[in-house]
Design a protein around this ligand. Structure first.
Ligand code: KG4
Ligand code: ZN
Length: 338
């Protein structure tokens, strides 16, 4: 089976070809960072127009890289939600039209399932069941992954997602969009001991997260400081440390609760080096192995959608009709399409 994967849920156009025998054959990504940078955040209308511009050239690129023709594709998987309505529609319309023209099946995929399964794409030692920490720009959740599609959400953020908090604090400190990587870079210059920020919900039982109080604390510390370059770096360091420790604490709890020895860390914030170091140390302590997708597959990409699509298509799933159906809001534990 040769699956074309299409990701267009937010501000990255990702296209990939996954072969059931040979694995990932080619993948290409167009990032819209430059388009949205002047606005300090993603502008939905610009995002969908940009997807429409890049989707066809990206397909041509992966086909030529894999030395294949579009008629070699046997199925198409695309992100059907959650995400921005316009952006999702571009990917879904393209997938459905191409599927119809080629006479092959299509299947809408849940974006977070793509993130969740991404480490399986390249690491044959990983298998179900595992605990997954999904940390992206829109979601922060701990999931008990029993099997493909069997996802029990153990806990999630009650307010901002971790990536969103990174982006907002980065904006406050005057860093360029997207803020997460820029804040992580700046934190390297910060003094570790100067500020210790609160670890939200750490004294409460359960697996939920909260970052809005931490955001307010960070804002107040910034306002009370001289706002020098060193203040900025020290605050970035303390903020990142508080987010990382709060993620580690709840993840450790989830591993103990499920008695699971495999942990997957996925989603954009999973690219954060301080988080990876702290998760590795906690994994050692818990005698658990921690799995990450390769850096480029932490953030949005077509490969994870092609792979999740392959897993589902292989068990016979297909879009039930030609109707175009996307879900901007779509809970991960309700994967049966509405
Ligand atoms: O998974 P993703 O690409 O898109 C969503 O599905 O949301 O995640 C993007 C998020 C952004 O908030 C971005 O700032 C954050 O991931 N991010 C990081 C790092 N790289 C990306 N946050 C902290 N440290 C990083 N190195
Ligand atoms: Zn994502």
């Amino acid at each position: 089976m040769l699956v074309l994967g299409i990701e267009s849920s937010c501000d990255d156009t990702g296209i990939a070809l996954f072969d059931s025998d040979l694995g990932l054959l080619a993948e290409a990504l167009h990032s819209q960072t430059a388009t949205h940078q002047p606005y300090g955040g993603v502008v939905p209308e610009l995002a969908s127009r940009d997807h429409a511009r890049h989707i066809v050239p990206l397909l041509a690129k992966v086909l030529s890289e894999a030395k294949l023709d579009k008629r070699d594709i046997t199925a198409i998987a695309y992100t059907a939600g959650p995400g921005l309505m316009g952006s999702l529609l571009v990917g879904a319309c393209f997938a459905k039209a191409l599927g119809y023209a080629l006479g092959i099946p299509t299947l809408g995929i849940h974006h977070l399932e793509g993130h969740l399964l991404a480490p399986l794409l390249e690491d044959p030692t990983l298998d179900f069941p595992f605990v997954a920490l999904l940390v992206s720009g829109g979601h922060t959740m701990l999931v008990d992954v029993q099997d493909l599609g069997a996802y029990q959400i153990l806990g999630e953020s009650l307010d901002d997602a971790a990536g969103e908090a990174f982006d907002k604090i980065a904006k406050l400190l005057g860093l360029p969009f997207p803020g997460g990587p820029a804040l992580a870079e700046l934190a390297l210059q910060g003094h570790a001991k100067r500020f210790v920020f609160p670890r939200p919900l750490s004294h409460k039982p359960g697996f939920d997260f909260s970052f809005s109080g931490l955001k307010t604390h960070t804002l107040q510390t910034w306002k009370a400081s001289l706002q020098s370059d060193q203040d900025k770096a020290d605050i970035a360091h303390a903020f990142q440390e508080a987010v990382v420790q709060s993620l580690v604490l709840k993840t450790k709890r989830a591993l103990a609760h499920t008695n699971c020895k495999r942990l997957v860390v996925a989603g954009g914030v999973g690219a954060n080096k301080a988080l990876r170091q702290a998760m590795d140390a906690m994994g050692d302590e818990m005698n658990a192995k921690v799995y990450y997708p390769r850096m480029a597959f932490c953030t949005d990409n077509g490969a994870m959608i092609a792979y999740a699509g392959y897993k589902r298509l292989a068990r016979g799933e297909r879009d039930p009709s030609l109707a175009i159906h996307v879900q901007p809001s779509w809970p991960l534990d309700k994967l049966e399409r509405e």
